[in-house]
Each structure stands twice: as C-alpha cells, then as structure tokens.
Design a protein around this ligand. Structure first.
Ligand SMILES: *Cc1c(COP(=O)(O)O)cnc(C)c1O
Length: 230
C-alpha cells in the first residue's frame, strides 16, 4: 500500500506541475491534502510512511479517533459539514476547518474557541454549483456572512472553499472555480487588513482545472487511495 500510494502521489505531483506550468504558477503554491475519510488508521499510516503529512477528514469522530492513534506531526484538516454539537471533536485537532457553512456554526465555533483561548483558522464554504445537496453559503450571501464572521475574535478567516459541480462539463466546473476566485478578490478588496490566501478547490476529478483557476489547496481522496467502499 505504501508503494502504491507513493506511485499515486508521484503521478499526481506530475499533473500538479503540468497544471502549474499551463497557468504560470509555481508548484509550491499548491498544497495537497490527502482525503483519508473512510480509510483506516492503518492505511493513513501507510500514506504517512509514503511521505504525506496533511490529511482531510469529513466526520468529526473519525478525525478524533485517527488523530488519537496516528503521529503527532500530521496536520489534520476538517472538510465536512460540521454540526455544532460535534465541534468539540474537531477544534482541538484541526489545523484548518474548510467547511464553515453558516453564521450559526461560526458563532458556535467562536464560543468554543474563546473558552479554550484558541484562535481557529477557518474557510467559508461557498456553494458555487447551486446543487441543493451541497452545503455552503450561496455566492450572494458570502459578503454579508464574511462581514459578520470577520468580527469574531477567535476565528481567523483564511479564505474560501468550494466543491465543484458534479458534472463532466469542464466549462461549468471552471466557471464554479472562477467564481470562487472572483469572490475572494472581492472580499479581499473590501477587507484589505484580512489576509485571504487560501482557495480550497479541486478534487480527484477536477483538480487540474482548479489549479488553473487559482486553487491553493486541492483535496484528493480517490486519486491517492483508490475508490472508497462507502
Ligand atoms: C471526499 C471529499 C473529497 C475527496 O474526493 P475525491 O473525489 O475522492 O478526491 C474532497 N473534498 C471533500 C469536501 C470531500 O468530502
């Protein structure tokens, strides 16, 4: 497994490099997050031995359980929908929460972080595809949410996240990523004091388009670990 993962990552890195060259970007501008959801701690350890250090999980208890038994120098990212009653599993362990999708959740995170005297780095998730199955702020709601959440002293908004539309239509995928980029530019110009360096977009099926459209963090599961059972 370790070797398979090593080979998969080598291929992915070549594709990242090619997408960077096509778009005049640097390889070092793109961070690879290995999405290990549903895979066992043992598999994550194989990936760790293959050199990966940043892992993404979408279920709070799964993140907690893996973090408990795996090496401390793993950087855990939380990428799934978060219910307020599960914040306690995520905040102590996550280096970045990609999926703040409501002001209500942001408020609860703020309260929890304040009690722990912690500052929690977060991204605002935007539903750029309009698919009702997806979480995230509607694009037209992001500005108001940003203005409000930016006042929360124990949260640090680091950028935006989106999941591309579920389609083979490259143009509509590209449009969604471009929209996230444009939104970030807009927020940045309105709040020059806040730094918004992160655009988390791109999964196994669409990460090259995402990189061409400015992604800084790609979240890959299948391309690294193979198909998920559930
Ligand atoms: C599962 C998941 C991924 C990884 O998806 P793949 O298609 O397996 O690369 C990325 N982002 C989020 C939010 C996910 O839930």
């Amino acid at each position: 497994m370790e070797n398979l993962i090593r080979q998969a990552v080598a291929r992915i890195n070549e594709r990242i490099e090619a997408a960077c060259q096509r778009s005049g970007r640097k390889f070092s501008e793109v961070t690879l997050i290995a999405v290990s959801k549903t895979f066992s701690a043992e598999v994550v350890l194989q990936a760790y031995r293959a050199g990966l250090r940043i892992f993404g999980e979408n279920r709070p208890q799964e993140l907690r359980d893996k973090a408990q038994v795996l090496p401390d120098d793993i950087e855990w990212h939380f990428i799934g929908h978060l219910q307020t009653n599960k914040i306690k599993y995520v905040v102590p362990r996550a280096a970045l929460i990609h999926s703040v999708d409501s002001v209500h959740l942001a408020q609860a995170l703020q309260q929890f972080a304040q009690k722990r005297s912690q500052v929690v780095p977060v991204l605002l998730e935007v539903n750029t595809s309009g698919e009702s199955s997806k979480f995230g702020f509607a694009p037209e709601a992001v500005e108001a949410a940003f203005a409000q959440i930016a006042t929360f002293e124990n949260l640090e908004i680091r950028g935006l996240m989106t999941i591309g539309p579920l389609t083979d239509d490259q143009q509509s995928i590209r449009r969604a990523f471009r929209q996230l980029y444009t939104l970030r530019e807009k927020l940045q110009s309105q709040a020059p004091a806040v730094e918004l360096p992160i655009l988390s977009m791109g999964m196994s099926n669409d990460f090259e388009i995402a990189i061409e459209e400015g992604s800084t963090h790609i979240r890959l599961g299948t391309a690294i670990f193979g198909a998920r059972g559930r």
